[in-house]
Ligand binder design. Structure first.
Ligand SMILES: NC(=O)c1ccc[n+]([C@@H]2O[C@H](COP(=O)([O-])OP(=O)(O)OC[C@H]3O[C@@H](n4cnc5c(N)ncnc54)[C@H](O)[C@@H]3O)[C@@H](O)[C@H]2O)c1
Length: 328
Protein backbone atom coordinates (compact mmCIF):
# COMPACT_ATOMS: atom_id res chain seq x y z
CA UNK A 1 0.00 0.00 0.00
CA UNK A 2 1.58 3.36 -1.00
CA UNK A 3 2.56 5.58 1.87
CA UNK A 4 1.38 9.11 1.44
CA UNK A 5 3.15 12.03 3.11
CA UNK A 6 1.94 15.56 3.46
CA UNK A 7 3.86 18.43 5.05
CA UNK A 8 2.84 19.35 8.60
CA UNK A 9 0.24 22.04 8.81
CA UNK A 10 1.24 25.46 10.06
CA UNK A 11 -1.04 25.05 13.10
CA UNK A 12 0.82 21.78 13.97
CA UNK A 13 4.22 23.56 13.64
CA UNK A 14 2.97 26.40 15.86
CA UNK A 15 1.60 23.99 18.46
CA UNK A 16 4.85 21.94 18.49
CA UNK A 17 6.97 25.12 18.68
CA UNK A 18 4.90 26.32 21.59
CA UNK A 19 5.21 22.95 23.38
CA UNK A 20 9.01 22.98 22.86
CA UNK A 21 9.24 26.52 24.17
CA UNK A 22 7.20 25.52 27.23
CA UNK A 23 9.41 22.45 27.77
CA UNK A 24 12.58 24.56 27.47
CA UNK A 25 11.15 27.10 29.91
CA UNK A 26 10.26 24.38 32.42
CA UNK A 27 13.62 22.61 32.05
CA UNK A 28 15.69 25.80 32.32
CA UNK A 29 13.64 27.01 35.31
CA UNK A 30 14.09 23.64 37.03
CA UNK A 31 17.83 23.77 36.31
CA UNK A 32 17.99 27.31 37.75
CA UNK A 33 16.18 26.24 40.94
CA UNK A 34 18.37 23.14 41.49
CA UNK A 35 21.63 25.02 40.83
CA UNK A 36 20.51 27.97 43.00
CA UNK A 37 19.90 25.61 45.93
CA UNK A 38 23.27 23.91 45.28
CA UNK A 39 25.24 27.19 45.14
CA UNK A 40 23.50 28.59 48.25
CA UNK A 41 24.29 25.43 50.22
CA UNK A 42 27.88 25.60 48.89
CA UNK A 43 28.16 29.27 50.03
CA UNK A 44 26.86 28.41 53.53
CA UNK A 45 29.30 25.47 53.81
CA UNK A 46 32.16 27.76 52.70
CA UNK A 47 31.23 30.19 55.52
CA UNK A 48 31.52 27.40 58.07
CA UNK A 49 34.41 25.33 56.72
CA UNK A 50 37.48 27.34 55.64
CA UNK A 51 38.04 27.05 51.89
CA UNK A 52 41.26 25.43 50.67
CA UNK A 53 43.77 28.06 49.54
CA UNK A 54 45.28 27.78 46.07
CA UNK A 55 49.00 27.28 45.67
CA UNK A 56 50.64 30.32 44.09
CA UNK A 57 54.25 29.18 44.43
CA UNK A 58 56.35 30.52 41.56
CA UNK A 59 53.56 32.73 40.19
CA UNK A 60 54.35 36.27 39.03
CA UNK A 61 52.27 38.78 41.02
CA UNK A 62 52.06 42.41 39.84
CA UNK A 63 50.76 45.08 42.23
CA UNK A 64 50.16 48.63 41.02
CA UNK A 65 50.51 51.39 43.61
CA UNK A 66 52.84 49.14 45.60
CA UNK A 67 54.92 52.04 46.96
CA UNK A 68 52.76 52.57 50.04
CA UNK A 69 49.49 51.74 51.81
CA UNK A 70 47.74 48.46 51.16
CA UNK A 71 49.74 47.92 47.94
CA UNK A 72 52.89 47.61 50.06
CA UNK A 73 51.12 45.48 52.67
CA UNK A 74 49.74 43.08 50.05
CA UNK A 75 53.28 42.73 48.68
CA UNK A 76 54.42 41.82 52.21
CA UNK A 77 51.69 39.17 52.46
CA UNK A 78 52.71 37.67 49.12
CA UNK A 79 56.38 37.78 50.14
CA UNK A 80 55.79 34.73 52.35
CA UNK A 81 54.25 32.72 49.52
CA UNK A 82 57.33 32.20 47.34
CA UNK A 83 56.04 34.24 44.39
CA UNK A 84 57.92 36.61 42.07
CA UNK A 85 56.81 40.13 42.95
CA UNK A 86 56.53 42.93 40.40
CA UNK A 87 55.90 46.34 41.95
CA UNK A 88 54.64 49.37 40.02
CA UNK A 89 54.31 52.90 41.33
CA UNK A 90 55.13 56.52 40.53
CA UNK A 91 57.22 56.70 43.71
CA UNK A 92 60.69 55.20 43.27
CA UNK A 93 61.44 55.71 46.99
CA UNK A 94 58.19 54.03 48.01
CA UNK A 95 58.89 50.97 45.85
CA UNK A 96 62.50 50.73 47.05
CA UNK A 97 61.21 50.58 50.61
CA UNK A 98 58.53 48.00 49.72
CA UNK A 99 61.18 45.89 47.96
CA UNK A 100 63.46 46.09 51.00
CA UNK A 101 60.66 45.09 53.37
CA UNK A 102 59.48 42.20 51.18
CA UNK A 103 63.03 40.85 50.97
CA UNK A 104 63.19 41.01 54.77
CA UNK A 105 60.03 38.89 54.82
CA UNK A 106 61.69 36.28 52.65
CA UNK A 107 60.82 37.30 49.08
CA UNK A 108 63.63 36.21 46.78
CA UNK A 109 62.41 37.67 43.49
CA UNK A 110 61.31 41.32 43.70
CA UNK A 111 61.32 43.63 40.68
CA UNK A 112 60.15 47.21 40.71
CA UNK A 113 59.38 49.58 37.87
CA UNK A 114 58.45 53.24 37.77
CA UNK A 115 55.15 53.28 35.91
CA UNK A 116 52.40 55.86 35.78
CA UNK A 117 49.42 53.55 35.33
CA UNK A 118 47.26 56.35 34.01
CA UNK A 119 49.52 56.68 30.96
CA UNK A 120 48.47 54.04 28.43
CA UNK A 121 51.71 54.04 26.42
CA UNK A 122 53.80 53.80 29.59
CA UNK A 123 51.71 50.84 30.81
CA UNK A 124 52.21 49.03 27.49
CA UNK A 125 55.95 49.82 27.40
CA UNK A 126 56.65 48.74 30.99
CA UNK A 127 54.40 45.67 30.59
CA UNK A 128 56.58 44.54 27.65
CA UNK A 129 59.68 45.08 29.79
CA UNK A 130 58.15 42.98 32.61
CA UNK A 131 57.30 40.17 30.19
CA UNK A 132 60.87 40.22 28.83
CA UNK A 133 62.67 40.51 32.17
CA UNK A 134 60.37 38.56 34.52
CA UNK A 135 57.77 36.63 32.50
CA UNK A 136 54.00 36.39 32.19
CA UNK A 137 52.09 38.02 35.03
CA UNK A 138 49.64 35.53 36.57
CA UNK A 139 48.10 37.64 39.35
CA UNK A 140 47.38 41.27 38.49
CA UNK A 141 46.30 43.56 41.33
CA UNK A 142 45.01 46.93 40.14
CA UNK A 143 45.47 48.89 43.36
CA UNK A 144 46.93 52.33 42.45
CA UNK A 145 44.47 55.04 43.37
CA UNK A 146 44.10 58.74 44.12
CA UNK A 147 41.40 60.96 45.61
CA UNK A 148 40.63 64.62 44.98
CA UNK A 149 38.59 65.10 48.15
CA UNK A 150 36.77 68.16 46.79
CA UNK A 151 33.09 68.83 46.16
CA UNK A 152 32.24 68.22 42.51
CA UNK A 153 31.91 71.90 41.52
CA UNK A 154 35.14 72.82 43.37
CA UNK A 155 37.26 70.07 41.81
CA UNK A 156 39.49 71.27 38.95
CA UNK A 157 38.78 69.48 35.65
CA UNK A 158 42.37 68.26 35.51
CA UNK A 159 42.03 66.47 38.88
CA UNK A 160 38.70 64.92 37.92
CA UNK A 161 40.27 63.58 34.72
CA UNK A 162 43.32 62.31 36.60
CA UNK A 163 41.13 60.48 39.13
CA UNK A 164 39.32 58.63 36.37
CA UNK A 165 42.58 57.93 34.54
CA UNK A 166 44.30 56.42 37.60
CA UNK A 167 41.34 54.72 39.30
CA UNK A 168 39.56 53.41 36.21
CA UNK A 169 41.29 53.75 32.85
CA UNK A 170 44.54 52.24 34.14
CA UNK A 171 42.61 48.98 34.70
CA UNK A 172 41.73 48.88 30.99
CA UNK A 173 45.38 49.28 29.97
CA UNK A 174 46.79 46.72 32.43
CA UNK A 175 44.14 44.16 31.41
CA UNK A 176 44.98 44.76 27.74
CA UNK A 177 48.64 44.23 28.52
CA UNK A 178 48.44 41.13 30.73
CA UNK A 179 45.12 39.38 30.08
CA UNK A 180 46.02 37.79 26.69
CA UNK A 181 48.73 35.58 28.25
CA UNK A 182 46.33 34.55 31.03
CA UNK A 183 43.64 33.68 28.48
CA UNK A 184 46.11 31.71 26.31
CA UNK A 185 47.00 29.57 29.32
CA UNK A 186 43.49 29.70 30.85
CA UNK A 187 45.25 30.55 34.08
CA UNK A 188 45.44 33.78 36.04
CA UNK A 189 43.75 36.12 38.46
CA UNK A 190 42.55 39.70 37.98
CA UNK A 191 42.05 41.80 41.11
CA UNK A 192 40.27 45.14 41.18
CA UNK A 193 40.77 47.24 44.30
CA UNK A 194 37.68 49.41 44.24
CA UNK A 195 35.96 50.83 47.31
CA UNK A 196 32.68 50.95 49.21
CA UNK A 197 32.50 54.31 47.39
CA UNK A 198 32.11 52.18 44.23
CA UNK A 199 28.85 50.77 45.62
CA UNK A 200 27.22 53.77 47.28
CA UNK A 201 27.53 57.45 46.31
CA UNK A 202 29.14 59.73 48.90
CA UNK A 203 28.68 63.47 49.40
CA UNK A 204 31.98 65.15 48.43
CA UNK A 205 33.41 62.18 46.51
CA UNK A 206 31.64 62.44 43.14
CA UNK A 207 34.68 61.89 40.91
CA UNK A 208 36.16 59.23 43.20
CA UNK A 209 32.82 57.37 43.44
CA UNK A 210 32.36 57.56 39.65
CA UNK A 211 35.84 56.13 39.12
CA UNK A 212 35.28 53.29 41.61
CA UNK A 213 31.76 52.43 40.31
CA UNK A 214 33.26 52.31 36.80
CA UNK A 215 36.11 50.07 37.93
CA UNK A 216 33.58 47.58 39.33
CA UNK A 217 31.45 47.68 36.17
CA UNK A 218 34.53 47.07 34.06
CA UNK A 219 35.89 44.22 36.20
CA UNK A 220 32.48 42.55 36.48
CA UNK A 221 31.89 42.70 32.73
CA UNK A 222 35.31 41.29 31.84
CA UNK A 223 34.70 38.50 34.37
CA UNK A 224 31.49 37.61 32.52
CA UNK A 225 33.24 37.81 29.14
CA UNK A 226 35.78 35.31 30.43
CA UNK A 227 33.08 32.95 31.71
CA UNK A 228 31.12 33.26 28.46
CA UNK A 229 34.19 32.23 26.45
CA UNK A 230 34.88 29.26 28.74
CA UNK A 231 38.06 30.77 30.23
CA UNK A 232 37.10 29.78 33.76
CA UNK A 233 40.76 29.35 34.73
CA UNK A 234 41.14 33.13 34.85
CA UNK A 235 39.66 34.13 38.22
CA UNK A 236 38.50 37.58 39.28
CA UNK A 237 38.18 39.35 42.63
CA UNK A 238 36.58 42.75 43.28
CA UNK A 239 37.47 44.41 46.58
CA UNK A 240 35.33 47.13 48.18
CA UNK A 241 36.72 48.39 51.48
CA UNK A 242 35.36 51.22 53.61
CA UNK A 243 37.89 53.86 54.86
CA UNK A 244 41.32 52.39 55.58
CA UNK A 245 43.83 54.02 57.86
CA UNK A 246 46.55 54.53 55.22
CA UNK A 247 46.60 58.32 55.02
CA UNK A 248 44.63 58.55 51.76
CA UNK A 249 41.55 59.69 53.67
CA UNK A 250 43.30 61.29 56.64
CA UNK A 251 41.01 63.65 58.55
CA UNK A 252 37.81 61.76 57.64
CA UNK A 253 35.88 60.32 60.50
CA UNK A 254 33.31 57.60 60.89
CA UNK A 255 30.17 58.35 62.90
CA UNK A 256 29.53 54.91 64.39
CA UNK A 257 32.90 53.10 64.56
CA UNK A 258 31.28 49.90 65.85
CA UNK A 259 29.03 49.62 62.79
CA UNK A 260 31.49 51.05 60.25
CA UNK A 261 35.03 51.08 61.65
CA UNK A 262 37.97 52.77 59.93
CA UNK A 263 39.84 49.69 58.77
CA UNK A 264 43.30 48.61 59.78
CA UNK A 265 45.50 48.42 56.62
CA UNK A 266 47.12 45.12 57.67
CA UNK A 267 43.67 43.57 58.22
CA UNK A 268 42.60 44.73 54.73
CA UNK A 269 45.77 43.43 53.04
CA UNK A 270 45.47 40.03 54.75
CA UNK A 271 41.81 39.75 53.75
CA UNK A 272 42.49 40.70 50.13
CA UNK A 273 45.26 38.11 49.80
CA UNK A 274 43.01 35.53 51.46
CA UNK A 275 40.20 36.40 49.01
CA UNK A 276 42.61 35.87 46.11
CA UNK A 277 43.88 32.55 47.46
CA UNK A 278 40.34 31.28 48.09
CA UNK A 279 39.10 32.69 44.75
CA UNK A 280 36.34 34.88 46.18
CA UNK A 281 34.65 36.98 43.52
CA UNK A 282 33.75 39.85 45.87
CA UNK A 283 35.18 41.10 49.14
CA UNK A 284 33.31 43.84 51.00
CA UNK A 285 34.97 45.18 54.17
CA UNK A 286 33.79 45.50 56.89
CA UNK A 287 31.31 42.63 56.44
CA UNK A 288 28.46 44.98 57.50
CA UNK A 289 28.81 46.55 54.01
CA UNK A 290 27.06 43.44 52.63
CA UNK A 291 23.99 44.26 54.74
CA UNK A 292 24.06 47.92 53.66
CA UNK A 293 24.19 46.87 50.01
CA UNK A 294 21.23 44.53 50.47
CA UNK A 295 19.27 47.34 52.18
CA UNK A 296 20.15 49.80 49.39
CA UNK A 297 18.63 47.48 46.80
CA UNK A 298 15.14 47.39 48.27
CA UNK A 299 14.63 50.31 50.68
CA UNK A 300 12.54 53.27 49.49
CA UNK A 301 14.94 55.99 48.32
CA UNK A 302 13.89 58.45 51.05
CA UNK A 303 14.62 55.83 53.69
CA UNK A 304 18.04 55.20 52.09
CA UNK A 305 18.75 58.92 52.43
CA UNK A 306 17.91 59.01 56.15
CA UNK A 307 19.92 55.80 56.65
CA UNK A 308 22.85 57.46 54.84
CA UNK A 309 22.50 60.53 57.11
CA UNK A 310 22.32 58.29 60.18
CA UNK A 311 25.55 56.57 59.10
CA UNK A 312 27.24 59.92 58.53
CA UNK A 313 27.56 59.64 54.74
CA UNK A 314 26.67 63.33 54.36
CA UNK A 315 29.60 64.48 56.46
CA UNK A 316 32.37 61.89 55.96
CA UNK A 317 34.39 64.30 53.85
CA UNK A 318 33.87 67.50 55.90
CA UNK A 319 37.20 67.12 57.69
CA UNK A 320 39.13 65.50 54.80
CA UNK A 321 42.84 66.29 54.63
CA UNK A 322 44.22 63.24 52.81
CA UNK A 323 47.94 62.79 52.31
CA UNK A 324 48.44 66.59 52.55
CA UNK A 325 48.38 66.27 56.34
CA UNK A 326 51.64 64.30 56.24
CA UNK A 327 53.28 66.60 53.68
CA UNK A 328 52.58 69.82 55.67
N1 LIG B 1 42.49 54.39 52.09
C1 LIG B 1 41.20 54.16 52.01
O1 LIG B 1 40.41 54.59 52.86
C2 LIG B 1 40.65 53.35 50.87
C3 LIG B 1 39.34 52.86 50.96
C4 LIG B 1 38.82 52.11 49.93
C5 LIG B 1 39.60 51.85 48.81
N2 LIG B 1 40.86 52.34 48.74
C6 LIG B 1 41.63 52.09 47.53
O2 LIG B 1 42.74 51.27 47.86
C7 LIG B 1 43.81 51.52 46.95
C8 LIG B 1 45.10 51.76 47.72
O3 LIG B 1 44.94 52.92 48.51
P1 LIG B 1 45.79 53.23 49.82
O4 LIG B 1 44.84 53.56 50.88
O5 LIG B 1 46.80 52.18 50.02
O6 LIG B 1 46.44 54.61 49.35
P2 LIG B 1 47.95 55.09 49.20
O7 LIG B 1 47.87 56.51 48.79
O8 LIG B 1 48.73 54.74 50.43
O9 LIG B 1 48.51 54.20 48.01
C9 LIG B 1 48.25 54.48 46.66
C10 LIG B 1 49.50 54.21 45.87
O10 LIG B 1 49.20 54.41 44.49
C11 LIG B 1 50.29 55.10 43.91
N3 LIG B 1 49.86 55.81 42.71
C12 LIG B 1 49.12 56.93 42.63
N4 LIG B 1 48.96 57.30 41.36
C13 LIG B 1 49.61 56.38 40.60
C14 LIG B 1 49.80 56.20 39.21
N5 LIG B 1 49.31 57.08 38.33
N6 LIG B 1 50.51 55.13 38.78
C15 LIG B 1 51.04 54.25 39.68
N7 LIG B 1 50.90 54.37 41.00
C16 LIG B 1 50.19 55.42 41.46
C17 LIG B 1 50.78 56.06 44.99
O11 LIG B 1 52.09 56.51 44.75
C18 LIG B 1 50.66 55.18 46.22
O12 LIG B 1 51.84 54.46 46.47
C19 LIG B 1 43.37 52.72 46.10
O13 LIG B 1 42.87 52.27 44.88
C20 LIG B 1 42.25 53.34 46.93
O14 LIG B 1 41.35 54.05 46.13
C21 LIG B 1 41.42 53.08 49.75
Amino acid sequence: MPISWSPPSSSWILATGFTNLRMNFLLETLQLIVLSIYYNVEAIIKCIIPTKKKDVTGEIVLITGAGSGIGRLMALEFARLDVALVLWDISQEGMKETARLTKEKGASRVHYYLCDCSDKSEVYRVAKQVKREVGDVRILINNAGIVTGKKFMDAPDSLIEKTLEVNTMSHFWTYKAFLPAMVDNNHGHLVCISSSAGLIGVNGLADYCASKFAAIGFAESVALELLATGKDGVKTTIVCPYFINTGMFDGCSTKWPTLLPILDPVYVAKNVVNAILTEQSYLLLPRSMNLLMALKSFLPSKQSVILGKYLGAFNFMDTFQGHQKKRN
